[in-house]
Design a protein around this ligand. Structure first.
Ligand code: ATR
Length: 287
């Protein structure tokens, strides 16, 4: 595999396994829409091959790549530069080859999360939402990105609810700025963690196809709260159905996936892409 100047712009996603990734469909839609002479491929890379695969990106003519499971943390030590966001989240999901030689790593999940909310419920976001409490279920990598975005958008009261309390404590300890704004709530008391909340986000795997459903009594959740499930398969989770039925604003998880892809596409292919229904339908068709 070699590429010289004048050849098509190349990017892709590295993962193991990677065949399930929706990113090739997503970026492929944008490449066709903007008539860009480029390619975006799924690249299966075993963990022990990641260092070698990244070191050869530039010589292979790649403008950059996305990283998915299990490479997001390991890549931190394998790029030349990490921006502040990736450092805070402790993971890289986007690499840009700079000046044809060096690798710059960033993380666009926090951007994707907040942009998705801004696009779906702009009035609620504009209307003092960040002054209210945000309740976050989960304490894994996704919760880390969500809490980063919440802190950056001015939320000052975050309730963290996780099955394993030690993991929530670890997140609070290690995510810069979170400690003074977070309260840890027990998983068994999760219904009580909804009192007065303006936003509820599920970042756990519960509700995902093949996983157990999320059992959560929403009785104490204010009716004007936004409810966001970052699970997108299925698109309509039990949590969203329950929340919709009682009149809450609901936001599904697909939008976060679509919006997190924008910065990479812009850096590699030179066009700021739009997230619209056409893109959503194209990606849904691959699920
Ligand atoms: P990601 O990096 O995608 O966020 P993860 O690190 O595997 O994924 O985190 C998965 C989240 O789902 C965690 O918060 C996990 O809770 P634990 O920290 O207690 O493991 C949560 N989760 C997974 N299975 C769960 C279950 N059966 N009940 C409650 N929470 C669960």
């Amino acid at each position: 595999m070699s590429a010289n100047k004048g050849e098509r712009l190349r990017a892709g996603v590295m993962g193991w396994p990677v065949s399930h990734s929706l990113s090739p469909r997503l970026h492929g839609h944008w490449l066709a829409r903007y008539r860009i002479d480029g390619s975006y491929d799924a690249i299966a890379v075993e963990p022990h091959d990641l260092a070698d695969a990244l070191s050869r990106l530039a010589e292979r003519g790649f403008k950059g790549v996305n990283l998915t499971v299990p490479h997001k943390e390991a890549a931190l030590a394998l790029v030349d530069r990490i921006d502040e966001t990736a450092q805070r989240i402790g993971a890289i999901n986007t690499i840009v080859v700079e000046d044809g030689v060096s690798l710059a790593g960033t993380n666009t999940d926090a951007f994707g999360f907040i942009e998705n909310l801004r696009n779906h419920v702009p009035d609620q976001i504009a209307d003092g939402w960040s002054a209210r409490t945000a309740t976050v279920l989960g304490a894994g990598g996704a919760a880390r990105a969500v809490c980063t975005a919440l802190l950056d958008s001015g939320v000052r009261d975050i309730r963290l609810v996780n099955r394993t309390p030690e993991r929530a404590a670890e997140l609070v300890e290690h995510l810069p700025g979170l400690k003074q704004h977070a309260t840890i709530c027990a998983w068994d008391d999760r219904a009580g963690a909804l009192v007065g909340a303006g936003l509820l986000v599920n970042t756990t795997v519960l509700g995902m196809a093949g996983q157990k459903p999320l059992e959560l009594d929403l009785a104490d959740l204010p009716h004007d709260a936004i409810v966001n499930d970052i699970v997108y398969a299925p698109l309509e989770t039990k949590l969203l159905t329950q929340a919709r039925q009682r009149g809450n604003h609901v936001v599904d998880g697909l939008g976060m996936l679509l919006h997190q892809a924008r910065p990479g596409f812009r850096a590699w292919f030179g066009t700021d892409p739009v997230v619209d229904d056409g893109l959503r339908q194209a990606v849904l068709a691959g699920m």
